[in-house]
Design a protein around this ligand. Structure first.
Ligand code: GLA
Length: 731
């Protein structure tokens, strides 16, 4: 709900459990007054303290006002701060004016309440009907330069989510340049002892968690790589320093963007905290001609006073229901088998067919043909860009081969890496200038490939046509959209020197344009994004592809950490997870097939091995896994997710559960990570149940209260990586 008190110029946003408030002060500055647990009908501006802080100046117009020494943009909480205004903290906006100055004096101009939520032109964003979401638009204006900023706040009341973004408009006469245009700025004038949680990683080890007390100065989590990256995820949490899964105030910030980004938290001289998030300014400079506007990507903000678990569930719900789209957004996704770890590049049509044939007998529903089916592609050195079938490897061609797979009762999916080009490819030979690199320089290679210049419309058009013609040629029902390197040498032949700072963002816009066109032209295809695993697992990509291959590391032990970290922001329905062969190809570890299944089925389940090489006993286990996954599909994919342990705190076990919306049924998953002889008993406390209800667990009756206070004892087994699943059903 959005409340606008015109007289007081007070704007209050309420969700089920959250209040966010701002107020225009007597000088026209838009001050932030509150963000946190719900407080009804109160003007929170009384909590703003006007205190003297040396070396923090005030605007000229206050020169004769009493108390002016206590009024400074450098210390007051603001909704959208600007560089050069006397606020020395991190700005939301830095404009270079036509005359080269950086002044930008934004004052309140007008507001509007919109039922529903306007789309963001060319950018991914949450969506919802006018029953679900309302939007407040506040216009700020610098009367001298004509620069205007429209701040958008969309309130998803039932989901406890508020989204923010800004549109910067050049209403002046001359050209200006944006040096920094953040999506949002949130100031905490009453800042508790915050911890900051960020998510870092690397290839084969994505979404590790770092939690540390906030310190003075700036703490940055960002990417310069042209993509969001596994090195840093565009998501962070500020929480009470004693917040846990089940208690404490927690604030989440999730950027819906797939390019270079910046998340920054700054604790200032007065212990106040500012959060800014948006496009990475380091590689960004955007020219705005008179009348032009620039739209920043959206940030999904959420708050929970009930700990990290609820914060995550808020994100799971909004992403599942109001961000992902398409046919498979809410319908059952097929259990797939992918040939990559079974064959790598080295396969024949016959071999792939045999994998499919065998897998179909086990209940697996789709074959995904990975890298190597096109152009001249026997290894990573060539072929990218040549999206036509390699008949040496696939003599039947895509259509006939797809039919053969369909005749087995299976769907067929195909791998692409649309944004890349190999030097040894027909496409490169025809268009060497389509590569993203500086004229006169050779540029950086990554996995022997260049990045295609997606900032160019002609290139995006070409890719649309060439990929569409493959997708039209057969009954392809799934696409794996890979991207196996990141951007360097961001220079395009089509822009003048002074506009090269636009390339990184234009690349992302080109990528989104291509994805939008392909996903709407082929609505029946399930898209899964991938970037050497989870190197671009972000909310932006999920708008086009409802699932992402979470990591090229398919080892069950490693996945316990990767999927744990990913679960802080993304629901299991978005996390690609496969059972692979043992010894595991990335770590050499051997873990039981049952455990590999339990871990993988806490994601979009599939297999990545050659079932022909398995024993009959192993095949029986796979059959059972497939049945189990189908049985619990709704609970796993649409239920609420609870983390029941922290793998960073104990090496003994990891546990998590899925709970149905009506809390009548749960599936508890437990992996004994390490066996210890004569070990103390572990009781795993469940969460979210109805306290007074009776639940049946392994044939015995327990109250919801006792299961949550005392927990379930899973026993102690000999051997590492032993998994168990227990069903909990209300009597
Ligand atoms: C990336 C993907 C893998 C596989 C290979 C193919 O590494 O993450 O799953 O598709 O590319 O080259």
């Amino acid at each position: 709900m959005i409340l606008a008190d015109i007289e007081k110029k007070l704007f209050t946003l309420h969700t089920k459990n959250i209040t966010y408030q701002m107020k225009v002060d007597e000088y026209g500055f838009l001050l932030h007054t509150y963000y946190g647990a719900k407080i009804e009908n109160e003007d929170m501006s009384k909590f703003i303290q006007y205190l003297w802080r040396g070396f923090s100046g005030h605007p000229y117009e206050m020169k004769n006002v009493e108390g002016n020494f206590n009024w400074s943009l450098d210390t007051l909480p603001q909704e959208y701060s600007t560089y050069g205004s006397g606020d020395y903290r991190s700005p939301a906006l830095h404009v270079i004016n036509t005359d080269g100055s950086s002044d930008c004096d934004l004052r309140y101009n007008r507001y509007e309440i919109i039922e529903g939520k306007p789309a963001l032109k060319g950018l991914p964003a949450t969506y919802g009907s006018s029953d679900e979401v309302q939007t407040l638009k506040i216009e700020l204006l610098d009367k001298i330069s004509g620069i205007g900023v429209d701040l958008y706040y969309s309130v998803f009341e039932q989901r406890d989510i508020i989204t923010r973004n800004a549109i910067i408009k050049n209403g002046g006469k001359g050209k200006v340049w944006l040096e920094r245009a953040m999506s949002m700025c949130v100031d905490y004038n009453i800042a508790p002892n915050f911890d900051l949680m960020t998510f870092y990683g690397r290839q084969l080890g994505e979404k590790f968690i770092e939690r540390a007390p906030l310190r003075h100065g700036k703490t940055v989590a960002d990417s310069f790589r042209g993509s969001s990256s596994s090195q840093r995820t565009p998501f962070m949490i500020l929480c009470d320093n004693n917040a846990s899964e089940t208690q404490g105030d927690c604030y989440g910030f999730c950027l819906v963007y797939s390019g270079s980004f910046l998340s920054e938290v700054e604790q200032d001289q007065a212990d106040q905290v500012r959060v800014t998030m948006g496009i990475q300014p380091e590689s960004f400079r955007w020219e705005l001609n008179s009348g032009d506007e620039f739209c920043t990507p959206e940030v999904m903000m959420s708050f929970s006073s009930e700990g990290l678990g609820q914060l995550s569930r808020n994100y799971h719900n909004i992403i599942h229901h109001n961000l992902t789209r398409g046919k498979y957004h809410l319908s059952r996704r097929p259990i797939l088998i992918n040939n990559w770890e079974a064959t790598y590049f080295n396969f024949t049509e016959e071999q792939i067919y045999k994998i499919a044939e065998d897998a179909s007998k086990l209940g697996i529903e789709m074959l995904v043909l990975d890298d190597g089916w096109f152009g001249k592609r026997d290894d990573a050195r060539s072929g990218l860009g040549d999206w036509f079938v390699n008949t040496g490897k696939l003599p039947s061609g895509i259509n006939k081969f797809c039919q053969k797979i369909n005749d087995l009762g299976m769907k067929f999916g195909l791998w692409f890496e649309p944004e890349m080009i190999s030097e040894d490819s027909d496409l490169f030979r025809a268009h060497p200038d389509w590569v993203l690199r500086t004229a006169g320089r050779q540029g950086m290679l990554g996995r022997c490939q260049f990045v295609i210049d997606m900032s160019r419309k002609d290139v995006v058009d070409y890719l649309y046509d060439s990929i569409s013609s493959v997708l039209k040629s057969a009954n392809i029902e799934y696409v794996k959209w890979d991207a196996n390197r990141q951007i360097a040498n961001a220079w395009t032949a089509l822009l003048p020197a002074e506009r090269q700072g636009e390339v990184m963002h234009r690349y992302v816009l080109g990528l989104y344009d291509l994805l939008e066109r392909l996903t709407s032209s082929f609505p029946n295809i399930l898209f899964e994004s991938c970037s050497g695993g989870g190197n671009r697992f972000d909310a932006g990509m999920l708008y086009y592809a409802p699932q992402t291959w979470a990591s090229d590391n398919s080892d069950a032990f490693a996945r316990l950490f990767i999927q744990y970290g990913t679960s802080f922001m993304f629901p299991v329905s978005t996390m690609g997870a496969h059972v692979s062969a043992c010894p595991n190809h990335q770590t050499g570890r051997i873990s039981p097939l049952e455990t590999r299944g339990v871990v993988a089925m806490s994601g979009t389940f599939g297999y990545e091995l050659d079932t022909n090489l398995m024993t009959d006993e192993e095949k029986e286990i796979i059959k059972k896994q497939v049945e189990t996954y189908k049985k619990y599909y709704d609970l796993i994919n649409y239920g609420d997710y609870y983390r029941l342990s922290d793998p960073y705190k104990t090496d003994r076990y990891v546990a998590w559960m899925f709970l149905s919306e009506d809390k009548s049924k749960a599936l508890v998953n437990y992996v004994q990570v390490r066996a210890y002889a004569n070990a103390p008993a572990i009781y795993v406390k469940l969460q979210g149940l109805k306290e007074d209800s009776i639940y049946i667990v392994n044939g015995k009756e327990y109250s919801g209260r006792s299961l949550m206070k005392c927990g379930i004892y899973f026993g102690s087994e000999n051997g590492d990586m032993i998994a168990k699943q227990i069903e909990v059903v209300e009597k």
